[in-house]
Ligand binder design. Structure first.
Ligand code: WT7
Length: 662
């Protein structure tokens, strides 16, 4: 049926008619009307959108805020005065209508290893573990660090925290002991939840020993973690060790064995913190982005419903790790709030082979599939056969997130993965935004490969010039900022409201500054052009160049380092490090390897430099500032470096060119 295909006309891609027929928002006019309403009357709009949830007490005021630093402290409050609970809304509210429906579909690392957890079973698991937490004396406002692989206990831990009002801080399982230590120390947590180990492809690797090392080091910085819960994921005989510290460490299965299966919820104020999640910035250590209860709940639920056009009974799969915000909002909270069946995948797209995604899609009859451009590119290069040998008949909608998607990968995703039958939603957002801000609504907004298209309801993006003046009209570009709050927005950074104000609200008074550059084309569509700060995007993950630099200079041989991003075929951006050694140190291939290993150990494998470029000296201005523009161009393989006359010593550039590849 011709009308069952995604149709292209003048560069715009339209959803198949059969998709439009069943879509929640099924025309551009409907989108425009709802969007207009959400902007003209935000309180009316968001008050209405909050109706379907359980409120123990309703709000006194939908929105109160100050976005102008010049007028006082930045503050954002949604649904003020309301009382609710996230876990109650994710689970308890559904028990009567869908207690026996699957909530989580768990696909393990090894094909054939899986688990289905219904809403009622999830309720029991969560209540039991919430009682375990209470038994440890954990109460509302306490921080709990969760360092787990993609196993059901990760979701259960988060929901158990939210049930009793504890603030979870999930640390991605790929982070190093050093990175975990920083997050433990900053949040001063009362508990760490980890596992004996995890699987990377076919191999079992330890997590517990990394967690132990992190806690040893946190102790030296004055933070002693009193209790540790250990999930036995790998078990004995698989070649990893799981040392248990007497009096501190206990196994999950022992603890829940005797716990009660019911646990009353803690009713939380709308603005009580739900979680913190650390993310990299342009300076210093990662900051704890803090999200609160009511606004985040309404926002992730609504975006999940409309952006993915989620309908009752759909099987929904987001391939992210819950250790990133994508997993928080669109594996756990958004889907469960909507009573969805959310698939949680422990493995990687290339194990046991590059067809795993589509194998899983067929096995679970996945309707909605959400992944990152880097994953698409990684499987795309392995050839179409890995895709076409699976039916993928269940797929109805595809999504991407994390970085701009290159048109080539977009077309492959559309034609090969989706058989030109599934609309694609390219969703732009950030850890700080809590949920999706710029995105197509698949039944209503025609797409263009590479563009995240238009703002979601209630979101007012704008482009600013260098002076902070708004650039009006279409066919323009600038720095991407947002003019007014949306419910899912971060409220502060943990431990320092000052830092929050400086990072997001001081560049442009009256605006939330995203750190991204963007253009708005003739149709008003947004195209994200990348970060305009010293942050690079590696495989859809944010990495501060300053963080990698400080890891490098902590190596005894390194005097100075400058890190920039460069175009990378799979990762989007790769990490390119210019390194100056201390006097007397020898440049060698072995040292390059050592430095890469050192960075992996300091931050984690995602921070591994792709290139080390020996730099006898770095190009600096007379005031000593490194001219990164030159370093970026050289890393990208360009030979025209622009004006170098303002350098303190322009000959440095020639020397650097000579050292390339050495
Ligand atoms: C940065 C946020 C929240 C999603 C995972 C990343 C870039 C994200 C897109 C997109 C172009 C994108 C931006 C943003 N980004 N999505 N669809 N198109 N760029 O979360 O680690 O907080 O990174 O990722 O640069 O600022 P994050």
């Amino acid at each position: 049926m011709a009308d069952d295909k995604v149709l292209e006309k003048n560069g715009l891609y339209y959803p198949p008619q059969s998709f439009v027929d069943k879509a929640h928002i099924n025309s551009f006019e409907q989108y425009q009307q709802m969007y207009k309403r959400s902007i003209d009357d935000p309180e009316g709009f968001w008050g209405e959108m909050a109706q379907g949830f359980h409120w123990e007490k309703t709000w006194d005021k939908v929105l109160e805020f100050n976005y102008h630093r010049s007028k006082g402290p930045i503050s954002i409050e949604w649904y003020k005065g309301a009382k609710t609970n996230m876990t109650y809304n994710c689970i308890d509210r559904h028990l009567e209508t869908r207690g026996d429906q699957p909530a989580l579909l768990w696909e393990g690392n090894e094909p054939g290893e899986d688990r289905i957890i219904t809403y009622r079973q999830l309720y029991e698991h969560v209540c039991k573990f919430a009682n375990v937490l209470k038994g440890f004396g954990i109460k509302k406002g306490d921080r709990v660090t969760i360092y787990l692989p993609m196993i059901p206990e990760l979701a259960i831990s988060m929901l158990a925290c939210a049930r009793i009002g504890a603030i979870h801080s999930v640390v991605f399982g790929g982070f190093s002991a050093e990175s975990l230590k920083d997050r433990i120390v900053d949040s001063k947590c009362s508990l760490v939840i980890t596992s004996d180990g995890t699987y990377r492809g076919g191999k079992a690797v330890t997590l517990k020993q990394i967690a132990d090392e992190a806690m040893d080091h946190s102790e030296k910085e004055g933070v002693t973690v009193p209790k540790v819960v250990v999930v036995e994921r790998v078990g004995a005989g698989k070649g990893i060790e799981c040392p248990m510290k007497q009096g501190r460490d206990q196994y999950w299965h022992d603890l829940v064995a005797t716990a009660e299966g019911d646990c009353p919820v803690e009713w939380m104020d709308a603005e009580d913190p739900l979680f913190i999640l650390y993310t990299s910035g342009s300076t210093g250590k990662p900051k704890g982005v803090q999200h609160t209860t009511a606004g985040y709940m309404v926002y992730v639920s609504l975006t999940h419903k409309y952006v993915f056009d989620y309908h009752d009974g759909d099987v929904y799969w987001c391939t992210a790790d819950i250790g990133w915000v994508t997993g928080h909002s669109y594996i756990l909270y958004g889907p469960l709030l909507n009573g969805a069946q959310s698939l949680m995948f422990e493995g990687v797209p290339t194990y046991p082979d590059s067809g795993r995604f589509w194998d899983v899609v067929d096995k679970w009859k996945v309707d909605i599939f959400y992944t990152a451009p880097t994953a698409i590119r990684a499987v795309m290069r392995m050839g179409d056969d890995f895709v076409t040998k699976y039916s993928r008949k269940s797929l109805q909608l595809l999504g991407t997130v994390g970085e701009p998607i290159n048109p080539e990968a977009w077309r492959w995703y559309n034609e090969v993965v989706g058989d030109s039958h599934c609309p694609i939603v390219d969703t732009w957002w950030q850890t700080e935004t809590g949920g999706i801000l710029i995105t197509p609504l698949p039944g209503a907004i025609p797409t263009k490969p590479g563009s995240a298209t238009l703002p979601f309801f209630g979101v007012q993006p704008c482009l600013l010039d260098d002076e902070g003046k708004e650039v009006e009209g279409n066919g323009v570009s600038g720095r991407l900022a947002i003019k007014a709050p949306w419910p899912g927005q971060l409220r502060t950074t943990y431990g320092s409201h000052e830092r929050f104000e400086t990072v997001y609200f001081s560049d442009f008074d009256g605006f939330y500054f995203t750190g991204d550059g963007a253009k708005r084309d003739e149709d008003g569509y947004y195209w994200i052009t990348g970060r305009v700060d010293d942050v690079i995007n590696v495989s859809g993950h944010r990495m501060g160049t300053a963080e990698v630099e400080s890891a490098l200079v902590s190596h005894p041989t390194v005097a100075e380092a400058a890190v920039v991003g460069f175009p990378h075929e799979i990762k989007g951006q790769g990490i390119y490090a210019y390194v100056t050694l201390k006097v007397g140190e020898e440049y060698s291939e072995q040292l390059k390897k050592d430095l890469v290993l050192h960075v992996r150990k300091e931050i984690g494998p995602i921070a591994s430099p792709d290139v080390i470029h020996w730099a006898p000296a770095l190009p600096k201005t007379r005031s000593g500032k490194i001219m990164r523009r030159i370093l970026r161009k050289m890393a990208a393989g360009e030979s025209d470096f622009g004006d170098t006359s303002t350098l303190a010593d322009p000959s440095v550039v020639g020397t650097l060119v000579e050292m390339k590849g050495k």
